[in-house]
Write a protein that binds this ligand. Sequence first.
Ligand SMILES: [Zn+2]
Ligand SMILES: [Zn+2]
Length: 107
Amino acid sequence: MNTRVKLTITLDGTILSRAKTVADQKHIPLSRLIENFLQFLVNPHVYCFKCGERFDSSNSKICLKCGWIICPKCGACGCGLSEETIAAVYHMRRVYEDLLAGKVKRE
Ligand SMILES: [Zn+2]
Ligand SMILES: [Zn+2]
């Protein structure tokens, strides 16, 4: 098992107390939420927009043409999609990238 270490952080008191309420409702310890997020930050996983396969972005390829991560299962990327679909996926991915403070994977 991994070594457990103690983390001391300072953050907005209002956010923390609200987060504790939500965490309590979900029966998830705050430490696990932070750990999950940090794990996600280090190695974000994504779901293929086409086949739904979940895969780690860190060990997947990027399409040189469209700059999207290529699904290792079905090989889908942004190529050949309509403008509307590209816009829809792009805007959903923004939530992700807001959370990660940057792109899911750099080209
Ligand atoms: Zn796929
Ligand atoms: Zn492509």
